[in-house]
Design a protein around this ligand. Structure first.
Ligand code: MTE
Ligand code: LUZ
Ligand code: MOS
Length: 714
């Protein structure tokens, strides 16, 4: 076609046709077989996006159909696993079941989730001199892009410059899966000797990229007469999709979080990464942790229902205490979940809320309310110990302005704001003096992706070190010049003790420059303390944990199956937050994303693995009308943690897991309407499923008898 410049296929690749991050099992372009619908076969390059799309329509693909597996349990049965299964064990559940007053077994399913970053996947590239290439990528992992471009083009990494200005959202969807598109444009630009740009159409993005992993799990829980959980066993079938991507790491975090915020003395958690014919699933805020937590919450809800107590009675009795050991060997210390639960009780009155809801349900037929309490405990650090490091580069120019580069990628989470604070507060200068630069592989090398909620901690600590090095040199210059010691810098001014000196920041910098003192520093930070032995599945993998407790209330319209969240009231342990507006934004955003996953966001694939919910008309995400009417956030007053940047604990992912409570709040409301029904565990709890559950078996009154009541729902 006119205007079409080239079509690149696997045979046009100079280096390896391989983009797998952890396991080399994913071709950039398919060769002989397609393993999922939406797998890239080639790249069409032309003068405009429209022309390329028209050209795509003209391509006729001939293929023989092979059997398709979309169910992880079926894949496991056929032995299609991505990596060998892993098991975390402590104590011995087998010896304990007979000692338990109650033992319950069941199955729970939880679906995946579309990231729906506002900026779809994309990249652009242009050739530089001497066989080098520049790539601008919307990626959380610039080094992964650099490494893979080098591999595919068969050039050394030093010939590839990857630059990331900022992302219009990532949520884990660009930790690994931004790479393919960046590599494609790099390949085209490198081969054609011209700039090439690609940004994905929303529906292609939804169809082709991986999502949060759906899980199907079996659980067994044993409790004592006084409701202590004595033993817990879980087998998690992770739906990995057609290639490894980050699935083995996600699987690991599921195991780390299989008992959520509870102490269980006898645990056996096994996880299987099952290879199916769906797009390879990937990182998504929480990274397998939310799925692990959902399953134990199902087990607790199951037990509570059968014993006839409220689930929060069991939750409350089993919260971690100081010194408890997790199945993976880490001793739990610090704030823990109990104080946040108690604070919740004190601030919001959980018991009063429960009484109000019981009264409401007594007098209301059509509308029923439900409440759930959701404690969380989330480990901070990449579970792969070797990834926990970062670097920062600081230049102080001789006019007193400062430029900062780190490995952190800004994606809306506010990491650049926190880095700016670190630089300003360490130097004692105002924000107008400091520029946080883009993330660039020529300035900062060998980065870990900005992920695992650790972006601010790792890069902030490195930045603090770099600033302190320059600061120490500047202080020495000031001491010599002013003939005093005890120098400090505040508000761009130099102080000797409490006394302001006539010297300004700019003058000091100028003086240091004239004395040939280095005004630049590159620092490296690696998290101390952490270690993990995979052969024993024991160690101290996390720098620290983040805790919190949320209380979620919902009103269900039992005629329609629709629901609305009345309130979410939570107490979050963020340590000494260095920026409350940023952290509150993360808490609200994470919470609502978690509620969406648990309630309305429903991915549907047909039997052939074709995504049917591939647009916003069929895949519903929370909007301004579906967010809780009231969200109250209280910050637990704690000391934070030394390994958190400025004792301000990581906040990116943990709050998503408050959203789990949404599922159980709805469930409690459904049970208030239809106590006899035998309810399954199958998230998301969409209005369709709620309606089916409300109608399950016989209810005492027929729908004709319903008096329309006004419960404040329009
Ligand atoms: N917030 C916004 N606005 N956009 C995002 O893409 N990603 C989340 C979280 N908050 C995300 C976000 C995810 S998955 C992670 S791991 C963290 O931010 C990463 O940033 P941090 O390490 O700086 O917290
Ligand atoms: N990515 C990763 C993550 O590679 N390892 C992790 O432990 C992790 N945790 C959360 C989010 N992304
Ligand atoms: Mo977040 S899932 O660690 O990118």
């Amino acid at each position: 076609m006119d205007g079409i410049e080239a079509i690149f296929l696997h045979s046009d690749i100079p280096g390896a046709n391989q983009i797998g991050g952890i396991v080399p099992d994913e071709p950039l372009f398919a060769e002989d077989e397609l393993h999922f619908r939406g797998q890239p076969i080639g790249l069409i390059v032309g003068k405009s996006e429209l022309l390329c799309r028209l050209a795509r329509e003209k391509i006729e693909l001939q293929y023989d159909e092979l059997p398709v597996i979309t169910d992880p349990r079926e894949a496991a049965q056929k032995g299609h696993l991505i990596v060998p299964p892993r098991t975390f064990e402590m104590g011995n559940p087998d010896q304990i079941w007979s000692e338990c007053a109650y033992v319950f077994e069941g199955k729970a399913d939880v679906n995946g989730q579309e990231h729906l970053y506002i900026e779809s996947q994309g990249a652009y590239a242009w050739p530089k001199e001497d066989g080098c290439i520049f790539v601008a990528s919307s990626t959380q992992g610039p080094t992964a892009v650099q490494k893979t471009v080098a591999l595919v083009l068969d050039i050394p990494m030093h010939k590839v410059e990857v630059n990331v200005q900022r992302l219009g959202g990532g949520f884990g969807g660009k930790e690994d899966q931004a790479t393919a598109w960046a590599v494609m444009v790099a390949l085209a630009a490198f081969s054609l000797g011209r700039p090439v740009k690609f940004s994905m159409h929303r529906m292609d993005d939804m169809l082709m990229t991986g999502k949060r992993h759906p899980y199907s799990s079996d659980y067994k829980i044993g409790l004592s007469k006084d409701l202590k959980i004595l033993a817990y066993e879980a087998t998690h079938y992770q739906n990995a999709g057609a290639a490894a991507d980050l699935s083995p790491a996600v699987l690991e975090r599921t195991l780390f979080h299989s008992t959520n915020a509870y102490f269980v003395p006898n645990v056996r958690a096994t996880a299987l990464s099952c290879k199916t014919n769906l797009p390879p699933n990937t990182a998504f805020r929480g990274f397998g942790g939310p799925q692990g937590k959902f399953i134990i919450e199902c087990a607790i809800a199951h037990a509570a229902e059968k014993i006839d107590v409220s689930p929060d009675t069991i939750q409350r009795k089993n919260l971690l205490s100081e010194g408890d050991i997790m199945s993976y060997g880490q001793k739990m210390e610090g704030v823990l979940a109990t104080p946040t639960w108690e604070e919740c009780e004190k601030l919001y009155g959980i018991e009063e809320m429960k009484t109000e809801i019981a009264d409401f349900n007594q007098s209301s037929f059509r509308f029923k309310k439900g409440l759930a309490v959701q404690p969380i405990c989330f480990g901070i650090s990449f579970t792969n110990t070797m990834m926990n490091h970062a670097r920062a580069l600081v230049h102080v120019y001789h006019d007193g302005s400062v430029v900062v580069s780190t490995g952190a990628v800004e994606m809306g989470q506010g990491v650049n704001t926190k880095l700016l604070q670190v630089a300003c507060e360490t130097f004692g200068i105002s924000p107008d003096r400091v520029k946080i630069e883009s993330t660039n592989t020529l300035r900062i090398a060998n980065t870990s992706p900005t992920a695992a909620s650790a972006g601010a901690d790792l890069n902030g600590k490195a930045l603090q070190m770099a600033c302190n090095c320059v600061l120490d040199r500047l202080k020495k210059v000031a001491e010599d010049a002013l003939g005093t010691d005890n120098i400090s810098i505040r508000d761009n001014k130099i102080f000797s003790g409490d006394k302001e000196t006539p010297m300004s920041w700019n003058e000091l910098v100028q003086l240091a420059f004239s004395k040939r003192v280095s005004l630049s520093e590159h620092a490296h930070y690696a998290t101390p303390i952490i270690h993990y032995d995979k052969s024993k599945e024991k160690g101290h993998p996390f720098a620290y944990h983040v805790y919190g407790t949320a209380v979620i209330c919902v009103t269900v319209d039992c005629l329609k199956g629709t629901y609305h969240f009345d309130s979410v009231k939570l107490v979050h342990d963020g340590g000494k937050s260095m920026n409350l507006p940023v952290d509150n934004g993360q808490i609200e955003g994470g919470l609502v994303q978690g509620i969406g996953w648990m309630t309305m966001e429903e991915l549907l694939y047909d039997k052939k693995g074709r995504l049917m919910s591939n647009a916003l008309s069929t895949y519903k995400v929370p909007d301004i009308y579906s967010v809780p009417k009231e969200i109250l956030i209280a910050h637990f007053d704690s000391d934070g943690h030394e390994l958190a940047i400025k004792k301000s604990k990581a906040v990116g992912e943990p709050p998503l897991m408050y959203g789990l409570g949404a599922y159980f709040a709805i469930r409690n409301a459904v049970k208030a309407f239809n106590p006899a029904a035998n309810l399954e565990f199958n998230a998301p709890y969409t209005p369709e499923k709620v309606l089916m559950d409300l109608c399950k078996k016989q209810v005492s009154t027929t729908f004709q008898d319903i008096q329309v009541e006004d419960a404040g729902i329009s």
